[in-house]
Design a protein around this ligand. Structure first.
Ligand code: ASP
Length: 395
């Protein structure tokens, strides 16, 4: 137990050491590639636990819900929270982009840019795809929306069966416990993984890459801080959590997000952390994986900033819509928002210079947006749990 509570500290040490070693790598002729396997192994380990953990906790969570109305309430409050907070994120991103003009004075270049003309699938197809043809295939491919859909249906059917569903409930509940344990074991590797990731990133994206675009990056970080202070911390307060308790409770998933740039990698840790902060299992096992897929406030801020650079003010209503869509469409993997933005730019015929501009520093911006993506889901889980009064009817 003591090692587990010391884990965030160990991860913090790993992070600082990684930054120091990464910064010294060029001086000592160390190849950045040496650190990569350490980080890659960590990402694989944490992603390995996601599907079984989400499936079992969601089945057990949905089975604990008293009635279908409660499920509907949780779903609508969660989705409303996602829409409102994402809109707030876009507005913050846009206001800062307009006020501080982070792109001004930069030489635009198209270097290193490979753009493919991809078209987004129609909305009806996106909605139809939530229902899996084969649930096992959905699990195998890690298609999160399909996994959520099937697990909720399964858990709910289980609860409708009453006593006859009891053995299956006990089984899934116990499997969920096992997966929580597995996650705990895997997390022991986190300090080394975080070290490897930070060393690799810093060695690859030294200050020389960062300095010319420091304003762009600074505005992104400022927008993220505002989003935390104006949106998430008040939500946490409404859930009865003070800012230090809320942020400390989430230090583990935040460090994973920051170092891996993948909110999918931080999912399991986020799920367990919000439960420790008091979020109910039925709410969090639904809202965290769903938010991981569709609620990307960091991506929305980023999209607003980048669109804000390249679009005149009178067109910025479109920006809001595009940024929200970009955030919903992005996946929880590194660089996803950049790819998404490229896609939208190509479609609406905006010149791609702004993308080339940010591509060089995307990793550093991704660190902030992934952390925000994760924090946004966590604030939603504690808030909706609070609004639902943690009502679960099965033990
Ligand atoms: N890397 C982000 C995440 O995993 C997605 C993005 O904003 O590019 O949440």
């Amino acid at each position: 137990m003591s090692t587990r509570s010391g884990l965030p500290v160990q991860m913090g040490i790993g992070m600082v050491l990684g930054i120091v070693v990464g910064a010294m790598a060029p001086t000592f002729n160390l190849d950045a590639g040496w650190f990569k396997p350490l980080g890659d192994l960590f990402i694989t380990l944490v992603r390995m636990v996601v599907v079984p953990l989400v499936f079992t906790t969601l089945v057990a969570g949905a089975a604990s819900v008293c009635d279908v109305k409660e499920l509907g309430r949780v779903a609508s409050k969660t989705i409303l929270y996602y829409l409102l907070t994402t809109t707030a994120a876009v507005i913050i991103g846009l206001v800062l982009a307009n006020l501080l003009r982070p792109g001004l004075g930069l030489t635009l270049s198209m270097e290193n840019l490979q753009v493919r003309d991809v078209s987004a699938p129609p909305l009806i197809k996106v909605l139809m795809d939530i229902v899996p043809l084969n649930p096992i295939d959905a699990l195998a491919k890690g298609n999160m929306l399909q996994v959520i859909f099937f697990a909720m249906l399964f858990g709910f059917a289980l609860s409708m069966l009453g006593d006859r569903g009891r053995p299956a409930f006990v089984f899934f509940d116990s499997c969920a416990e096992v997966m929580i344990k597995v996650t705990g074991i895997v997390m022991h590797y986190a300090p080394i993984g975080v070290f490897g990731l930070m060393a690799f990133t810093v060695a690859n994206h030294g200050l020389s890459v960062l300095l010319p675009l420091i304003k762009l990056v600074g505005v992104m970080y400022l927008a993220c801080i505002l989003q935390i202070m104006l949106v998430y911390l008040p939500c946490a307060r409404m859930s009865g959590l003070t800012p230090p308790v809320f942020l400390k409770g989430l230090s583990e998933p935040l460090m994973i997000a920051f170092s891996t740039c993948s909110s999918a990698a931080a999912l399991s840790s986020n799920l367990l952390s919000v439960q420790k902060l008091g979020a109910s299992r039925s709410v969090s096992s639904f809202s965290i994986p769903l938010g991981n897929t569709i609620n990307m406030d960091g991506a929305a801020i980023f999209a607003a900033e980048v669109y804000g650079i390249s679009m005149p003010v009178d067109k910025q209503l479109t920006v809001i819509l595009l940024a929200v869509l970009a955030s919903i469409g992005s996946m929880g993997v590194p660089g996803a928002a950049l790819i998404m933005i490229t896609m939208v730019f190509t479609q609406v015929g905006i010149p791609l210079e702004a993308i080339a501009l940010v591509a060089g520093v995307d990793r550093v911006m991704d660190m902030a947006r992934t952390s925000i993506n994760v924090l946004g889901d966590a604030a939603g889980a504690v808030l909706v749990s609070r609004l639902e009064n943690n009502g679960e009817c099965r033990e």
